[in-house]
Unconditional design. Structure first.
Length: 327
């Protein structure tokens, strides 16, 4: 039984996980607090985490129906993420673990996104390829054991989620941009604009999204106000298709390169229905097993951190008191 905390970005999260079973998974989203800035303001995030972390931990324990005595260990995201935001979770977890003399597990956030796939129902066993696409990271992870993964390829500039967030901003949509673009795209034509699916023809498994963002900027600039209004949905649909097209092109190449039998998705962008559809098609064509966790386990949450913690050596009291956050 593990109590985990996750505060690496703008969600304050605590969860209790018992083996592969989620007992509680509390997420307090700060999205509304950051929306008016069009993105996460790190110092605002840290201050919100500070206010929210205790009530969120209380809620996670209460919902799970457990107390500190029932816990085998605590776990926390040590990095990567925003330093001030991470510090709140790390300091809280250290304090709670020390006060109760429990071991503490330090978890890598990206390992957490992979480990969301190890939870009930129908946990996925390695080996598999996991495409992690979030606001801060885009990676193809080769997962051969539950406690570690190899980076097969990653973005050379922006993350996929970042490209969607910045694209949404150019289109005058809200934050977070991924869901906003997804909603508007349902009314648009994905072939209306010919955005570059960068890197698709390049060798290797790395990604690049900054050129795509610039292409959208130019397309928006070339339209007058009325045209932009009329074609906003087409822009959203075409832009989303280009982001998803690059993700699936590289995933397909990773599958061609290696002898993988199963595929998983992770990170906030994995909640995107076009990406889920395309990946489903790709896996059906190749007769591969595909694991798609529900949207609330794709975006940041602490259940995935507890899940990863099961496969990491716990640090006994009081050794973790020296820990720092790893931005
Ligand atoms: O994993 P996550 O919650 O936080 C990070 O670790 O970054 O991912 C957040 C990212 C944001 O960029 C957000 O726009 C994107 O995931 N996102 C989506 C969707 N839901 C969240 N992108 C596309 N479609 C969605 N439905
Ligand atoms: Zn994340």
């Amino acid at each position: 039984m593990i109590l985990a905390l996750e505060t690496s970005c703008d969600d304050t999260c605590a969860a209790v996980v018992d083996g592969a079973r989620i007992r509680s998974n509390v997420i307090s989203s700060q999205a509304a607090a950051h929306a008016r800035y069009g993105g996460v303001v790190p110092e605002v995030a840290s201050r919100h985490h500070l206010e929210l972390v205790n009530p969120v931990v209380d809620a996670a324990l209460a919902e799970a129906g457990v107390g500190f005595d029932d816990l085998d260990a605590l776990a926390v995201t040590r990095g990567p993420g925003l330093i001030g935001a991470l510090l709140v979770g790390v300091a809280t977890a250290k304090s709670l673990a020390a006060a109760t003399r429990k071991p503490l597990v330090g978890v890598d956030h990206l390992h957490g996104h992979v480990a969301a796939n190890f939870l009930d129902p129908e946990p996925l066993d390695p080996p598999f390829v996991c495409l992690i696409a979030s606001g801060g990271h885009t990676q193809l992870a080769g997962v051969r054991e539950p406690g570690a993964f190899d980076v097969l390829g990653q973005t050379l500039d922006d993350a996929a989620g970042e490209a969607l967030d910045k694209g949404a901003r150019l289109l005058g949509l809200g934050y977070p941009g991924g869901p906003a673009i997804e909603r508007l795209a349902t009314e648009g034509d994905p072939e209306a604009f010919d955005f570059p699916v960068a890197m698709a023809r390049e060798p290797g498994l790395d990604f690049s999204f900054s050129g795509l963002k610039t292409a959208l900027l130019y397309a928006v600039r070339d339209l007058d106000r009325g045209e932009l209004e009329r074609r906003r949905a087409d822009l959203a649909a075409s832009y989303q298709a280009a982001v998803v097209g690059q993700l699936t092109a590289k995933l397909e190449r990773a599958l061609e390169d290696g002898d993988w039998q199963a595929v998983a998705l992770g990170g906030g962008v994995a909640a995107n229905s076009l990406l889920r559809e395309r990946t489903t098609d790709l896996c059906e064509e190749r007769d591969l097993r595909l694991k798609l966790v529900p949207g609330e386990l794709c975006t940041d949450n602490a259940a995935m951190i507890a899940s990863a913690a099961r496969f990491v050596e716990p640090t006994p009291y009081p050794d973790y008191l020296e820990w720092d956050a790893l931005a």
